[in-house]
Design a protein around this ligand. Structure first.
Ligand code: PLP
Length: 394
């Protein structure tokens, strides 16, 4: 008799999320499949003026409206991209290339995602002076630290809305107010905030550029968006046709964009009930782990966090060994950022928080999502405790 399959656990929703069934059906319908499909697929080029183009255009514009509604902006301020990485790159490199910054000095936090860090490092290598700001011990960038770094030459600042490793929510509105008063442009990576924060509000936050990604909110991978405030300077990077208001040349990813729009609709409907549910689950998991594992530390516990993220240091336990040990029990979690998993290194976020190398190499991120339920908490905590005790000191 075949052995019963072990139940599988997925606690890595900050790396990516599964497609929501409604997103899958909306995308199937674009492909001409499934009960929602009209006659045939929607295959036209959205730039074509004939019926086939118009069908595709209407999918793209409906999605733009859904996303704009979720973040309370004008649809004309949304530029679709190939993901969060391109949106971050476009904002930073495109603002720098516009020639319209107040000056060449830039400010960024050290705990940004590599999509932001690498864009700033490129500019730094080209001679742009950059001030790098560390967060405090809770993983929060202090607005007064940003203020102190500002010079008369500061042109652009970047601080993320919520950190992907710790979940710590940043004081974006306070930073934005101070920057807008001085005429300094503000880029914010909102990838991990969308859906998880009750209000992602670039206008109220006085953010000029906000990067978003579909696959973190149960949409498809390979599609994202950049909110660009009306009037904010931006030089496109992908040169070509006049798509996306001449900011991003290239025929739009109609299928992906339609999926992104549906995911935005799903989260605008479910967010209000999902957020408290996820934060209760997250807290139950923290309590179950604390009860079983001596000496663990919950990172950013003193900060406001997005509801789904729990980052825990297991002293004496190498995070890469824990990820592998848990994977053998069909449990998916992550050490540090998703991009670092597979080539485990110190978490640059925990190092930036002053945690030290030992902690930065022995911390796991549990990130929850739509599919997780209360019944998973105890078995997950049991598995983590067993793996922690088997790898401790190795
Ligand atoms: N920014 C943050 C904070 C992220 O967590 C991620 C993905 O992990 C990205 C940007 C990159 O997004 P994408 O995978 O869509 O390129």
């Amino acid at each position: 008799m075949p052995a019963a399959a072990m139940p599988r656990f997925y606690f890595d929703h900050n790396a990516t999320t599964p497609l929501h069934p409604e997103v899958a059906s909306a995308m199937s319908a674009v492909l001409g499949l499934g009960p929602d499909a009209k006659a045939g697929s929607v295959f036209g080029n959205p730039s074509s003026i004939h019926w086939a183009g118009r069908e595709a255009r209407s999918l793209v514009e409906d999605a733009r409206e859904s996303l704009a509604r979720l973040i309370a902006v004008d649809p004309a301020e949304i530029v679709f991209t190939s993901g969060g990485t391109e949106a971050d790159n476009l904002a930073i490199l495109g603002a720098a290339a516009s020639g319209r910054l107040r000056g060449r000095h830039l400010i960024a936090s050290t705990m940004e995602h590599p999509a932001v860090l690498e864009a700033f490092r490129k500019l730094e290598a080209e001679g742009w002076p950059i001030s790098w700001i560390d967060p405090d011990g809770e993983g929060v960038v202090r607005p007064e630290d940003v203020d102190r770094a500002i010079t008369p030459e500061t042109g652009l600042v970047s601080v993320m809305a919520a950190n992907n490793e710790t979940g710590a929510v940043q004081p974006i509105a306070a930073i934005g107010k101070s920057l807008r008063e001085r005429g300094i442009l503000f880029h914010c990576d909102g990838v991990q905030a969308l859906g998880k924060m009750a209000e992602v509000r670039p206008r109220a936050w006085k953010v000029d550029y906000l990067a978003l990604s579909a696959h973190k909110i149960n949409g498809p991978k390979g599609v994202g968006a950049l909110y660009v405030r009306k009037g904010a300077p931006l030089q496109g990077l992908a040169l070509g046709g006049p798509q996306e208001r001449q900011i991003r040349g290239g025929t739009e990813n109609v299928l992906g964009i339609a999926g992104f729009g549906k995911a935005a609709e799903v989260w605008s409907r479910l967010g209000e009930t999902e957020r408290p549910r996820l934060s209760a689950l997250r807290d139950a998991l923290a309590a179950a782990l604390t009860a079983r594992i001596p000496g663990l530390v919950i990172n950013s516990a003193g900060a406001e966090r997005v509801p789904n993220t729990l980052n825990v240091t297991f002293p004496g336990c190498k995070a890469d060994l824990m990820v592998m040990g848990l994977d053998m029990r069909e449990v998916a979690v992550s050490a540090g950022s998703a991009c670092a998993s597979g080539s485990v290194k110190y978490s640059h976020v925990l190092l930036a928080m002053g945690k030290g190398k030992e902690a930065a190499a022995s911390s796991l991120r549990f990130s929850l999502g739509l599919g997780n339920s209360e019944s998973e908490v105890e078995p997950l905590a049991e598995a983590v405790a067993a793996v922690a005790s088997s790898v401790r000191g190795m």
